[in-house]
Design a protein around this ligand. Sequence first.
Ligand code: AMP
Length: 379
Amino acid sequence: MNVLVLGAGQLARMMALASKPLNINVRAYDVGSERVVDPLSLSVDYGDLAQGILDADAITAEFEHIAHDVLAACEQSGKLFPSSQAIKTGGDRRLEKTLLAQAGVANAKHKIIANKFEFDEAIESLTLPLIMKSALAGYDGKGQWRLKDKSEAEAIWQEIKSFIEGDTSGRPQAIVVEQMVPFDREVSMVGVRSKTGQTLAYPLTENHHSKGVLSVSLAINEHQNLQAQATEAFDKIANALDYVGVLAIEFFQVGDSLLVNEIAPRVHNSGHWTQQGADTCQFENHIRAVCQLPLGSTELVRPTAMINILGTDSVPHSILEIPSVTLHWYGKGKRAGRKMGHINVCGSTRTELISRLTQLSTMLPNADFPDVNEYVSTL
Ligand code: AMP
């Protein structure tokens, strides 16, 4: 079987690695070069998109910001899973908010605005502080603003106005103005849904971010109440989208309640721990779902955590002396802040995991892993 993945980054690569034992070949469509390539070497050329669609038994995506004409061509073949609508929903916060309302899933209070009148109205009707996010993808880290005090409103509006005017997507841009949630922590759920509607969810993951980028993920399976809430939200959202494949949902935890932040219609960075910590990893389960094979168990087999490697292409090899530490490089060129790889670490108990994480974090250079040590010390 052949699976075509739209996007040729590390997620396509890890899907390819997980697919080989099933005798499934993954090819990747590089949206930059517009060629179908091998996701590991990035060098074998299998032709253009039309050829890739023809050669594929199933088509899927590793990111949500894919040109709509590419999605349309794939959907027309009848091989695209999840649907183009599900992929587009993950790439447009307006569609995401509409979906959450339709599915009846709690999320932050918000307004969608596109002009000064609506902007002023949103500030009046919502409770400050506010976070403002572009509906379509921002660029160069732009596209998010925080408003703590009304006196900042005019300056922020000027920035938003030029952001909207400078948009080159060819689609109408808008801003989601959202109330800041005083969350206790950020968690996410990765789950999988089959074409027949079966859903399976992995244990919730606690996520620690550094400068807005995921730094450490820790599988948590000791909170049955939160797990039940997240699973219910997952089922509602996945069913509303008639979703096929792995879907990730990011939440804010406030006390004992969860509010959805955003969804990602794909395998997700916060699910990389499943490679060593779950019965079936997220990459294999995604491929199983889109190829209409039986889903694999999402059970936690042992407490596991993941540390992202950002912007560096080396870590001390001595970390491999720690039992149950696994290194995953993505084979990418070094660039500041770029996701270069990750480290998974497991323990037979939570206590053993935390002890190994502590040992690991002290061996990782602070310059490349700022605040990992500090976060681990809070566990
Ligand atoms: P997002 O791009 O929506 O994932 O937002 C990036 C980060 O900003 C999140 O991981 C949160 O830490 C923070 N954030 C986003 N929305 C909110 C909100 N409504 N309240 C508090 N923090 C938020």
